[in-house]
Design a protein around this ligand. Structure first.
Ligand code: NAD
Length: 527
C-alpha cells in the first residue's frame, strides 16, 4: 500500500490533495526581512480566528484516521519527509542564512542536527512506541501492558533562533505518535516555517493533520484558546508562563522549552587552550542566540587571568579580523529587540563596574545587525548580565575560590538548562554533576549537548519542564494507557465477592509473607 492509499480513508484528504482548499480570508501579513542586510525575503498572511477554528476542526477530524494507521505506515510518511528535507537542503540552508542571519556552516549544522533527529526516530520510533509488557506481583494471573496513545491535536509554537530544528522535532514526534499538528512558526521565521510546511506537503501527509498558522503573540494565544489536546512550546520565559497559565485554565498538558543562563565551570587543571576554544565557540555560535550557549564563565581564580587572555586570543584569531572587524564566522543578531536586550545588559554591567576585555558594543556591518564578541570581567552575581538571559555573543566571567562556591554560583540564577565542567579529572567532574541544578551536564564540551538525538533534552526551574529528543521526546507526545487482561480464563477473580474466612486468612498471610520486616514476621504466613 503506498502513501496515497493510506490517506484515502482520511476525511477530506483527497479533496485537499486535488487542490480544493476551503475558502480562506486573511487579514494582515508578516513581511520577512534579512537581519544581515534588510532585504525583503517574502511575506505570509496572518491566520484569522476563522482559519484557526477551521484548522482545529479539520485536525480533529483527520487525527482519528491518522492514529489508526500503524506506526510502520506513519513512518513511511516520515521517511519521505526526510527525503524531501534532504532534497531541499541547499534551499533551507540559504533561507536560514537569509532570514536568521546565520553563517553558512552554522546553518548547515542546524540542518544536520534536524535531519539526524528525524533519522533517529525513523530507526527507533517503532520500538519506542511499542506497547510495553509488564507484570504485577499481586495479580500474576492477569496480563498487563502499557500502550502509548496520541493526545489528539498538538499545538507546536516555535521560536526564531533555530527555526528549522525547533519546529521539525516537535512536529515530527507529534505526527509519528499519531497526533495531528497545528504549527505556529515565529513571526521572525515565517519563510523557514513555509519550507517545512512544503516539505510536509511534498511528503504526502494528509493535509488535515498538519496546519501552519502564521502570526504574532495574539495568534499564538488564540491557538492556545482554541483548545488543543497538548502544547509543545519553545521560547522565552515570559511567553512560557503566559501559555502555561492559559493552558492551566483548560488543563491542557504543556511542554515548555525555555531559556538558559548556562555556565562553563573551568577548574584549575583544565587544558586552557582547549577549554578557551570550546567555551568561546559555545558562547559565540549563532551570535550567542542559543538557549544552551555559554553566557557565564565560572573560573578557578588561580587560572582566571590566563583563561580570560586565552578566550580573548580565540576571539581575536577566530571571530575577528586583525583590524577588529568581525570575520564571517560571526552571525547577525536576528531581531531588532534582541540587540537592544544585549546592549542594555552590557551597558548596565559596565555602569556597575564591569569591564569589557574585548567588545562591549554594537558592530554595524553592511547595514546588518551585529554585536561585538564580548568578554566582561569584574562581574558580580547581582548584575543583570549574570542573572538574565542575554542571548548574544557575550560572556560574563566570575572567578571562584572553592568548588562549593562554583556550585553555588552555577545554581544562583532562575535557569537550569546546561552546565559544562572543564577539567582533566573526569571523576572530579562527575562528583560535581549531582550538585548542579541543570538538565544537562557536559564535560570538556558545552553546546554539543543541545544537538544530542538519543538522550532527553530539557531543563529545570525557569528553563521549563518536559523533554524533547530521544525516547522521552517521542513519548512526550503520547499518554500512557495501561491495559490489563485475563491470562488463564478463570471464572472468578480472587478480590471479588464473596468475602469468605478463607479469603480473609489468605490476605493476611499474603501481607505477612510479602512485607514482614523479619523472617519471624514472614513465617506467620504459614500459620
Ligand atoms: P518568544 O517567547 O518571544 O516567542 C516564541 C513563540 O511564541 C513565537 O512563535 C511567538 O509568536 C509566540 N508567542 C508570543 N506570545 C505568545 C502568547 N501570548 N501565546 C502564545 N504564543 C505566543 O521567544 P523567541 O524570542 O522567539 O525565542 C527565544 C527564546 O526561546 C529564548 O528565551 C530562548 O532561550 C528560548 N529557547 C529555548 C530553547 C530550549 O530548548 N530550551 C530552545 C531555543 C530557544
Amino acid at each position: 500500500m503506498d502513501r496515497r492509499e493510506l490517506v484515502a480513508g482520511i476525511p477530506g484528504a483527497q479533496a485537499r490533495q486535488n487542490g480544493q482548499n476551503a475558502a480562506q480570508t486573511y487579514s494582515e501579513t508578516i513581511v520577512s526581512r534579512s537581519p544581515a542586510g534588510g532585504d525583503v525575503l517574502g511575506q505570509v498572511r496572518i491566520a484569522t480566528s476563522q482559519q484557526i477554528g477551521q484548522a482545529m476542526e479539520e485536525a480533529r477530524l483527520g487525527q482519528a484516521a491518522w492514529a489508526r494507521l500503524s506506526i510502520a505506515q506513519r513512518l513511511l510518511f516520515v521517511r519521505t519527509l526526510r527525503d524531501a528535507l534532504y532534497r531541499q537542503r541547499e534551499r533551507i540552508t540559504r533561507v536560514l542564512i537569509a532570514e536568521q542571519g546565520k553563517v553558512y556552516e552554522e546553518a548547515q549544522v542546524e540542518f544536520l542536527a534536524t535531519i539526524e533527529q528525524v533519522d533517529f526516530y525513523l530507526r527507533r520510533a517503532a520500538a519506542i512506541l511499542a506497547p510495553e509488557q509488564v507484570s504485577e506481583r499481586l495479580l500474576p494471573h492477569r496480563k498487563l501492558w502499557v500502550a502509548h496513545r496520541p493526545y489528539g491535536v498538538v499545538l507546536v509554537i516555535a521560536p526564531w533562533n533555530y527555526p528549522l530544528y525547533l519546529s521539525t522535532i516537535p512536529v515530527v514526534t507529534a505526527l509519528l505518535a499519531g497526533n495531528s499538528v497545528l504549527y505556529k512558526p515565529s513571526e521572525y521565521a515565517t519563510q523557514i516555517g513555509e519550507l517545512l510546511a512544503m516539505a510536509i506537503a511534498e511528503a504526502g501527509f494528509p493535509p488535515e493533520i498538519f496546519h501552519i498558522l502564521h502570526g504574532y503573540g495574539p495568534t499564538g494565544a488564540a491557538l492556545v484558546e482554541a483548545g488543543p489536546d497538548r502544547i509543545f512550546f519553545t521560547g522565552s520565559v515570559p511567553t512560557g508562563k503566559r501559555i502555561a497559565h492559559a493552558a492551566a485554565e483548560k488543563l491542557i498538558p504543556v511542554t515548555l522549552e525555555l531559556g538558559g543562563k548556562d555556565a562553563a565551570i573551568v577548574l584549575a587543571d583544565a587544558d586552557i587552550t582547549r577549554a578557551a576554544t570550546g567555551v568561546v565557540w559555545s558562547a559565540m555560535f549563532n551570535a550567542g542566540q542559543t538557549c544552551g550557549s555559554v553566557e557565564r564563565v565560572l573560573v578557578d581564580r588561580r587560572i582566571a587571568d590566563r583563561f580570560v587572555a586565552a578566550m580573548q586570543k580565540v576571539i581575536e584569531r577566530q571571530v575577528l579580523n586583525g583590524d577588529g572587524s568581525p570575520r564571517r564566522e560571526l552571525a547577525a543578531v536576528t531581531t531588532p529587540a534582541q540587540i537592544e536586550i544585549i546592549d542594555s545588559q552590557v551597558k548596565d554591567a559596565l555602569a556597575q563596574g564591569a569591564r569589557a576585555v574585548t567588545g562591549g558594543h554594537r558592530l554595524d556591518r553592511a547595514g546588518g545587525r551585529y554585536y561585538a564578541p564580548t568578554i566582561l570581567v569584574d562581574v558580580t552575581p547581582g548584575m543583570r548580565v549574570f542573572q538574565e538571559e542575554t542571548f548574544g555573543p557575550v560572556v560574563a566571567v566570575l572567578p571562584f575560590d572553592t568548588l562549593d562556591e562554583a556550585v553555588t554560583l552555577n545554581n544562583a540564577t532562575e535557569f537550569g538548562l546546561i552546565a559544562s565542567i572543564w577539567t582533566r579529572d573526569e571523576r572530579a567532574a562527575l562528583r560535581l554533576t549531582p550538585r548542579l541544578k541543570v538538565g544537562n551536564v557536559a564535560i570538556n564540551a558545552h553546546l554539543e549537548a543541545t544537538g544530542l538525538t538519543s538522550t532527553p533534552w530539557g531543563g529545570i526551574k525557569a528553563s521549563g519542564y518536559g523533554r524533547s529528543h530521544g525516547p522521552d521526546g517521542l513519548l512526550e507526545m503520547t499518554y500512557s494507557q495501561t491495559i490489563n487482561a485475563d491470562r488463564f480464563g478463570f471464572l472468578h477473580e480472587p478480590f471479588w465477592y464473596p468475602y469468605t474466612p478463607v479469603k480473609r486468612s489468605f490476605f493476611s498471610r499474603l501481607i505477612h509473607l510479602l512485607y514482614g520486616p523479619t523472617w519471624r514476621d514472614r513465617l506467620k504466613a504459614l500459620f
